[in-house]
Design a protein around this ligand. Structure first.
Ligand code: CA
Length: 529
């Protein structure tokens, strides 16, 4: 017996819908309105609900996602070659802070969320960590090999002595020398490295490994005034206020001496970190970064709306949620500026997206360079369609703050934040760490084993098929929403409960369990020399 077709239409005036059935629908399948499919349509791909003439708009999410490149009869599979991409909306004459506050049952924060606490590590600067990690900052890539060698000893010899410490992370990166360090855009990678070392999960314990001759000197990376008092040096190196091991210093006679100096410095910081204990803190201390990677057409139907619901709850409960990915919000800029809490916030959104347009233009591309072969195979025809599904992660509330790439949230900045970043998973995650993220939600339809060493990452599958195949990589299956096996609210509570357990250290994400860590990848729009 043929299964009943499952069609997911996002808005009443859409002229396409998404096929929800696992395995798709065959040629000849009859839709609920009597239309017979004239193509086989894969799962998560679009099918025409009515005839669309060449040049006419194709609508999904109630917006034009493209124009038909030929006459399309009802019941056709609409893949990317049948759609031309609309122009990006302009950045002038946008509505600014015009939308009235979102209301309705969906915006009510459940009591269990509003009153929730998690077990976190309070930091001297007022932030709260979800993990108790030693982060070892580096000024330059030259030291990465030596530090990696020292990390083996730190992990094997020191960490077993300090059971209250969750781990140690070498914050290595490809920056620091061979770069135009005085270029205006160099501020982005420099403040990214600085602010990652100040991430709440490192407890304010600053320790730096430097080569000595590099352009990014320790005092330039972490100038006095940018450093919390608790991090002030007790090391042997004389950089003011900083605990620095500088490999070119005369005192290091050979490789083993360098390793010993790093291990000794790490030991001092680990002793202090080991005295820290978790304590109950209000849910408002969560700083959640949301992003997607390896998206498909179900991303905007299941996983991203799920994250959007949790975002609405968390922000309503006083917590902070950051959304990012410039090219995936660009087509919805008018929605963002309308949702800005103030005209100043709307102007900041426009400033960031205009800067990014110019950045892409310098490279002779535009936002359409975002979509991947996997996105298209997953049913996303172009960046306009991808953006409409991506922005859903930000929920419905007013946007309170905007961060430029690599900037850090101030302790007073709570609520919904647009942290402007590229959409690249690793670069976005790196910049959200710099912004102060202490928990990461990541949605995927195609599947990615993404993880970060600095912060727990919870991965949410858009499809049951992916969740089943990657049963020990995906933390949550939002596919049950499309299957009709669960409701959005039920899954939102499940996800929220898991977030509290993981933030409290009672559970690990699958990425943590397996030790899956992607590299920090810095966004450096400035020249290399
Ligand atoms: Ca991404």
């Amino acid at each position: 017996m043929a299964l009943a077709p499952v069609l997911l239409q996002m808005s009443p005036d859409d002229n396409v819908a998404i096929v929800g059935n696992a395995g798709g629908l065959p040629l000849g399948a009859v839709l609920p309105d009597g239309t017979t499919l004239i193509d086989a349509v894969p799962q998560a791909h679009k099918v025409t609900l009515s005839a669309i003439a060449q040049g006419e708009p194709v609508r999904r999410y109630g917006v034009v996602i493209g124009y038909a490149t030929q006459d399309l009869a009802a019941g056709r599979w609409v893949h990317d070659r049948l759609l031309s991409m609309p122009a990006a909306p302009g950045l002038t004459d946008l509505p600014k802070a015009t939308r009235t506050a979102a209301t309705g049952a969906a915006m009510q924060v459940p009591d269990t969320v509003a009153r929730a606490t998690f077990m976190g590590y309070r930091n001297p600067d007022g932030s709260v960590g979800t993990r108790n990690l030693l982060g070892i900052t580096t000024t330059v890539q030259c030291v990465a090999g030596v530090l990696a060698n020292a990390m083996t000893r730190i992990t094997q010899e020191l960490l077993p002595k300090y059971p209250n410490v969750d781990g140690a992370v070498a914050l290595d990166h490809a920056y620091g020398c061979g770069v135009a360090i005085d270029a205006p855009d160099a501020i982005i990678p420099i403040r990214t490295v600085r602010n990652i070392s100040l991430n709440p999960n490192f407890g304010g314990e600053l320790m730096v490994v430097s080569l000595g001759c590099e352009k990014l000197q320790p005092e330039r990376l972490l100038p006095l005034g940018s450093i919390p008092v608790a991090a002030v040096s007790d090391g042997a190196c004389e950089v003011p206020g900083l605990d620095v091991v500088r490999l070119q210093d005369n005192q290091h006679l050979g490789f083993q001496a360098m390793i010993q100096a790093i291990v000794d410095a790490a030991d001092r910081h680990l002793q202090r970190l080991n005295t820290r204990r978790r304590e109950p803190v209000p849910i408002s201390e969560l700083v959640v970064g949301v992003q997607c990677g390896g998206s498909d057409a179900l991303s905007g139907v299941t996983a991203n709306p799920l994250v959007g619901r949790v975002t609405d709850w968390l922000v309503g409960a006083g917590a902070t949620v950051m959304f990012s990915e410039n090219t995936e919000v660009r087509d919805a800029v008018d929605q963002l500026t309308a949702r800005a809490a103030t005209v100043e916030v709307a102007d900041a959104i426009v400033r960031e997206l205009a800067w990014y347009d110019a950045y892409l233009q310098r490279g002779q591309v535009d936002r359409s360079a975002n979509t991947t072969p996997g996105n298209k195979a997953g049913g996303l025809s172009n960046i306009t369609e991808k953006a409409m599904g991506s922005i859903v992660k930000s929920g419905h509330r007013a946007i309170d703050h905007v961060l430029s790439p690599g900037e850090k949230l101030k302790p007073t900045q709570k609520g919904l934040v647009f942290a402007a970043t590229p959409a690249s998973d690793f670069i976005c995650g790196t910049l959200q760490l710099a912004a102060g993220m202490n928990l990461h939600l990541f949605t995927t339809g195609r599947g990615t084993p993404y993880g970060l060493a600095e912060c727990p990452v919870l991965k949410i599958a858009t499809r049951t098929d992916l969740a089943n195949r990657w049963h020990d990589l995906m933390d949550v299956n939002a596919g049950c929403i499309a299957d009709g096996e669960c409701t959005l609210d039920e899954m939102a509570l499940t996800l929220f409960t898991l977030m509290v357990d993981v933030a409290s250290g009672r559970r690990k994400s699958w990425a943590e369990h397996w030790g899956l860590h992607n590299q920090r990848v810095l966004f450096n729009p400035a020249p290399i020399t």
